[in-house]
Write a protein that binds this ligand. Structure first.
Ligand SMILES: [Zn+2]
Length: 108
């Protein structure tokens, strides 16, 4: 009897810890953005070309399409109309949203 109580105590403790971690660093929902709405560029037949974009750093978020590529943070700059996350592998642009729907990148 006392054994099972100990196990359940540990479980609730771990759940509490993981909940705290999520609170401090909520998981972002990635939303694919149309590149024409985030970067000023020229559309060719099968791609969208823009000027050299400066990456602000690698994020912990991983591209949902490539599955193993960390997204790069792109801040507002010469050609960039709004901050976004960029995958160098598939060249998709993403926005990161909190569970309540607000963009995590709107602060940049
Ligand atoms: Zn990708």
């Amino acid at each position: 009897m006392s054994d099972s109580e100990t196990v359940s105590d540990q479980d609730s403790c771990e759940t509490l810890l993981s909940e705290k971690r999520q609170e401090a660093c909520p998981l972002l929902t990635l939303v694919v953005l149309d590149p024409t709405t985030v970067v000023d560029g020229v559309r060719f037949h099968d791609c969208y070309m823009a000027g050299d974009v400066i990456f602000a750093g690698e994020l912990r978020e991983i591209c949902p399409v490539c599955a193993d590529t960390h997204l790069q943070l792109v801040l507002r700059q010469e050609f960039v109309k709004r901050p976004h996350m960029f995958c160098r592998q598939c060249t998709r642009c993403f926005d990161g949203c909190y569970p309540d729907g607000t963009s995590a990148l709107s602060v940049f």
